[in-house]
Design a protein around this ligand. Structure first.
Ligand code: GDP
Ligand code: MN
Length: 419
């Protein structure tokens, strides 16, 4: 689960990281009022679940494919300027009037950035924060490193830009320090990183405290990623967070009730939200036209690969899990059929602990409950196959049967193309 910048900033501040003061606004008038309270010189920032806002572009409706290609190939010259006539999603304002104008320019528009895709994201809120006089921008992040099985701190003196770009052009510029899980955080970690980035004296101490606060935030929120880009060294020698990103591990939300309440469903794919509400947890929307119902994440990925091999495109990833309730299959069908792009459905089940007859019952029940006018291809093997076959036979439904995954994929592609 992703948080907005303004939420992430609050959590960082709570855990000891200095952040600039700021509040969120939904209207230009509110933005003006906050700017007045903050003393006039502010930065106005679109709050969407995507980065690259500064170099993004505000549009009234979805960006054309041609313009989007321009952004992807040359973000520097695409549009956004923090100061100047071309307005991106981050804008400096020197007076409350300018803050109001900046908010008016940003709110209600779609912000297209290198992370949003051409359709962009509708901006409903702006953060109005104290303006920082930045002398130098750094990158700082903490993640859970699944490969090494421990938290990892990453830092770079080449901040401000996308870290993927730094990693590509100049990988040595990113310094990595694992945090030993048993011992936890020790000040040498912050000191070592500070030295490697060229901080000395009081600023090294400040940087060390930021690293410690960042690590605390990671642990306290069960985050998979906490990122500050840029972490600014100000012209008067302070180290402060100017941007913040925080992703929480969904598997921890049961014990992070306060954070779970911060979820912004408007930022998420409507179909994925619907899937979660219907208990179809492992659903990811994709761009193709063949809906997939599969048990097991590995098999679901293999199914998507095989569809591609057969010349088709999957409309979704869906791992239905170990199913002992036909209604789960009905719900999965419901979610898939909500996507107008879907022209065929491929049900690929390897019955282990999940029973083929339960899946068959589910598919039959789905036809009873809804009008299903796309072809359904079924490839079934494993536990209670014979019982499942019999149910399908007796149902009289025009289900397309396939032996083997490749045959199933080919039949699904054929069916989708014929539609
Ligand atoms: P992002 O583009 O979505 O990552 O948004 P950021 O919050 O990182 O802002 C983009 C860039 O705008 C930063 O890298 C800074 O260069 C600049 N910026 C943001 N806030 C301020 C500020 O308070 N003062 C100054 N001078 N620049 C800022
Ligand atoms: Mn940033």
């Amino acid at each position: 689960m992703k948080l907005h910048e303004y939420q992430a900033r609050d959590l960082l501040a709570k855990n000891g990281v200095p952040v600039t003061a700021g509040r969120v606004a939904a209207t230009p008038a509110e933005a003006r009022k906050i700017a007045e309270e903050l003393g006039g010189k502010v930065v106005v920032k679109a709050q969407i679940h995507a980065g690259g806002r500064g170099k993004g572009r505000l549009v009234e409706q979805a960006e054309t494919a041609e313009m989007y290609q321009k952004l992807v190939s040359d973000p520097e010259n695409y549009s956004g300027k923090v100061r100047g006539d071309r307005v991106g999603g981050v804008r400096l304002a020197d007076t409350p009037e300018e803050a109001e104008q900046a908010a008016a320019a940003i709110l209600g528009k779609y912000l297209v950035s290198i992370q949003t895709g051409p359709e962009g994201k509708l901006v409903k809120h702006v953060l109005v924060a104290e303006q920082t006089d930045i002398a130098k921008e750094y990158y700082l992040a903490a993640i859970i490193d699944g490969m090494q099985g421990c938290p990892l701190i990453m830092a770079s003196a080449e901040g401000g830009q996308e870290i993927e770009v730094v990693a590509h052009r100049n990988p040595e510029a990113i310094v990595r320090m694992p945090v030993p899980p048993a011992a936890g955080y020790s000040p040498y970690i912050g000191r070592t990183l500070a030295a490697r980035l060229g901080f000395t004296g009081d600023q090294a101490d400040q940087f060390g405290r930021v690293v410690e606060g960042l690590y605390r935030t990671l642990m306290a929120t069960d985050a998979s990623l906490v990122e500050i880009n840029p972490l600014a060294l100000t012209t008067d020698g302070r180290v402060v967070a100017v941007d913040a990103k925080l992703n929480i591990d969904d598997n921890a939300l049961f014990r992070q009730k306060e954070l779970a309440a911060m979820r912004d469903l408007d930022e998420e794919d409507p179909l994925e939200v619907k899937a979660q509400q219907l208990g179809v947890a492992n659903f990811i929307k994709l761009d193709g036209n063949i809906g997939c119902i599969v048990n097991g994440a590995g098999l679901a990925m293999a199914t998507m690969d095989t569809i591609k091999l057969a010349g088709g495109e999957p409309a979704n990833f869906l791992d239905i899990g170990t199913v002992n309730d036909p209604q789960r299959v009905v719900n999965a069908m419901k979610v898939i059929l909500e996507d107008p792009a879907v022209k065929a459905i491929l049900v690929n089940i390897f019955g282990g602990m999940a029973r083929v007859d339960i899946i068959a019952q589910g598919v039959i029940e789905a036809h009873r409950q809804m009008k299903i006018d796309v072809p359904v291809v079924m490839r079934l093997v494993g536990t209670n196959l014979a019982e499942g076959e019999q149910l399908i036979q007796e149902s009289g439904l025009p289900l397309i049967r396939a032996n083997g995954l490749f045959e199933a994929a080919k039949k699904a592609v054929e069916a989708a193309n014929a539609a």
